[in-house]
Write a protein that binds this ligand. Structure first.
Ligand SMILES: CC(C)=CCC/C(C)=C/CC/C(C)=C/COP(=O)(O)O
Length: 283
């Protein structure tokens, strides 16, 4: 008389779904266990699964052939189940990057004058300049010089330091990641550093997010102006993709990085006492 286990196996080979039911109950396959042969056969016929399996570690591929024999189907060694995860993360990352490249190319509608939205390229370039480091540094230095209140000087000096910090941090990440700008970008940007040939993250997006938060937190602005700040920051980010300067992920990460940079600025905030010391040393 066949054992219940044997009859379940027989039922499966008779065409039950991959993660289907036997005796009316669903079964789920552990990632740590080698799949039964009938599942391997099915997976091999599915191109997506075949790609997944091809990216598995050699150890796992070796193991899947012998594990039922050597371990009696009890499972693979711990190290093998750990190695499976990076391959899944790898597939997820490559898919995200493929979507990113495809979407960014489609959205790069102002990349040159004869692009589909090429007529608004000058407007996008104006928005680009509004988020550039030089006008921000020059404007902040001017306000610092003109400010006659201690509170105003404190805010402007901290904004100036924040802008310098942003340039340094973005420069470091760009130099480490070294992601090329999109192929459809025309490198006709105003005043760039050598690291600015790299695109990850968008320096304009980090600046827009950080300065946007800074202005909202430290300037007393009426509601329409607060909305304008948010709109400006969003437009700076969007214009990077429309101009073909960046991929979408460069801008999304840039916004996140700028948001976090503002937290850092708050932590490192230069107090009036420190300021007086600094100004005293300068004088
Ligand atoms: C005083 C001083 C060191 C000024 C340097 C300002 C400068 C050249 C900033 C670079 C701004 C820039 C072109 C960033 C690149 O932005 P992405 O959004 O294209 O990454």
């Amino acid at each position: 008389m066949p054992s219940p286990k044997a009859s379940r196996s027989a039922g499966r080979s008779g065409g039950s779904p991959v993660l289907g039911s036997s005796n009316g109950r669903y079964e789920f396959m552990s990632l740590n266990r080698a799949p039964p042969p009938h599942l391997l056969q099915r997976q091999g016929s599915d191109p997506a699964t075949a790609r997944l399996r091809a990216s598995e570690s050699p150890t796992r591929r070796r193991g899947s052939g012998s594990s039922t024999g050597s371990t009696g189907g009890q499972g693979l060694p711990e190290e093998d189940s750990i190695r499976l995860n990076p391959s899944i993360i790898g597939v997820a990352l490559s898919s995200l990057l493929a979507i990113d490249l495809w979407l960014s190319k489609r959205l790069g509608v102002c990349a040159c004058e004869d692009s589909s939205w090429g007529s608004i390229r000058p407007l996008m370039k104006l928005i680009e300049i509004s988020g550039h480091g030089i006008p921000w540094l020059a404007g902040t230095a001017y306000c610092l010089y003109k400010s006659d209140s201690a509170a105003g000087q404190e805010v402007m000096l901290n904004l100036f330091v924040a802008l310098l910090l942003d340039l340094v941090l973005v420069g470091i990440v760009k130099a480490v990641v070294r992601r090329r700008r999109p192929a459809h970008n025309r490198m006709d940007m105003f005043a760039t550093f050598s690291v600015d040939r790299y695109s990850f993250p968008s320096g304009h997006a980090t600046r827009a997010a950080m300065c946007g938060r800074f202005l909202l937190a430290h300037l007393v602005l009426a509601a329409p102006l607060r909305v304008l700040v948010l709109l400006w920051a969003s437009m700076v980010g969007l214009s990077r993709v429309l101009l073909g300067r960046h991929n979408v992920t460069d801008v999304v990460f840039g916004f996140w990085m700028g948001y976090c940079q503002y937290n850092l600025v708050e932590m490192l905030w230069l107090s009036p006492q420190v300021l007086q010391g600094l100004l005293g040393q300068l004088a």
